[in-house]
Design a protein around this ligand. Sequence first.
Ligand code: GTP
Ligand code: MG
Length: 457
Amino acid sequence: MQNFSHTTDIICAISSPPGVGAISLIRLSGAGSIELFNLIFSKDISNAKGYTVHFGNIIKNEELLDEVVVTIFKNPQSFTGEDIVEIACHGSIYIQQELLSLLIDLGARMAAAGEFSKRAFFNGKMDLSQTESIADLIHSESEGAHRLAIQQMKGGISNQLSELRQKMMNFASLIELELDFSEEDVEFADRTALIALIEEVQEVVAQLTQSFKLGNAIKNGVTTAIVGRPNAGKSTLLNALLKEDRAIVSEIAGTTRDTIEEVLTIEGIDFRFIDTAGLRETEDTIEKIGVARALAQVEKSAVYIYLFDMDAITVSELETDLENLPIDIPRLVVANKSDIVAEAIQLEFENTDIEMIFISAKENESLLLLQERLLKLIDVEDLSAQKIIVTNVRHYEALRQANADLLKVKEGLESGISGDFLAMDIRQAMHHLGTITGEVTTDDLLGNIFANFCIGK
Ligand SMILES: Nc1nc2c(ncn2[C@@H]2O[C@H](COP(=O)(O)OP(=O)(O)OP(=O)(O)O)[C@@H](O)[C@H]2O)c(=O)[nH]1
Ligand SMILES: [Mg+2]
């Protein structure tokens, strides 16, 4: 078990990816790092200022190991808040290993996973949610994921939460003040005002909680199942969206038997399209499994497309199909084969109350419209409106717990329970919100977070 208390010894690690590159970066952090590095460097940098760069040689056993460029950061103006030396050496694995062993011989030790970030947190350079955002930033693969990570790194959620905690603190203080004067039976805190305050806090917490759906979708991709009856054109649609022949298309109903997943980025957001087996009653065992998987895919999806062939089903069959699919998952109803269908038939579908779009997957008609509508399904406006969006499961869980605490406070206020219980519940809600930014931490919590970081981060 790793010890997560704060240590200050000198740590070192390779911060560039494993393997051979043109250049590798080795980081050294802790009081005395500069002096330690000075022992193996050809130049005297013991008095170097922070934010300066130095070119020189690393000598091992009186032989040249490498020519390197080092950057000096001085406590507290560094990532960790400690003295840091960043050594850019040539990317050879041999050089990296030799350099590390030199540093370790002189008294540095290998950093544990996430230890640089952990120090940044302990030294007050960042709160916990900001530290986590760095991991997100490093792993962001789309414009949307990148934007959210940057927002969190800049302290987006932290600012909003500290405002909330301040409000709740005022609330708790008022209640606690009353308790001090309990014999006199006074109420300092106007109950109606308190209820209004709690509702305001609840509202913000609810907004943040809801935003997780979008946040998670952006971070991990929006799973989008494409379902419909056999031959509706699901595989044709997948291929058309991807602009490649990924799935087998044929006029034989029941062509797709397993699920096929491919990613398409629309306006900076990754959609994971999942082509599924056509939905129908079937005796074929393999196809049956495929259909069951298709339905399971819908249940797991963030959104789904229901696609149908206007020539193959009636309006009432469409209605039945839609009734049998989940309504709590946002969906897009898509009428296909508009290139061949008779105008009169398309008109019948247009005249229903069902919101749908008309496309031809085969002729690439209205596919841009389809993409636009998909984006609408996931509230992307919130993203451009610069609202705070929660992307982290841990934050989401904490918000849900805070939400439950707030509900108790509100019920307590309405039923007139005693002030000590109210204060307790409100402090509990504050505790849960505090775990997000790290104002409240436990060894377990920190252990879990930093253990998921890589070494060198
Ligand atoms: N005219 C026309 N034909 C289409 C269109 N979309 C698909 N098709 C044809 O419809 C047939 C079935 O297409 P698929 O993409 O294999 O249908 P599917 O929904 O994946 O079918 P299963 O995998 O069997 O469930 C093929 O012959 C396609 O060429 C369209 O927009 N217009
Ligand atoms: Mg198919």
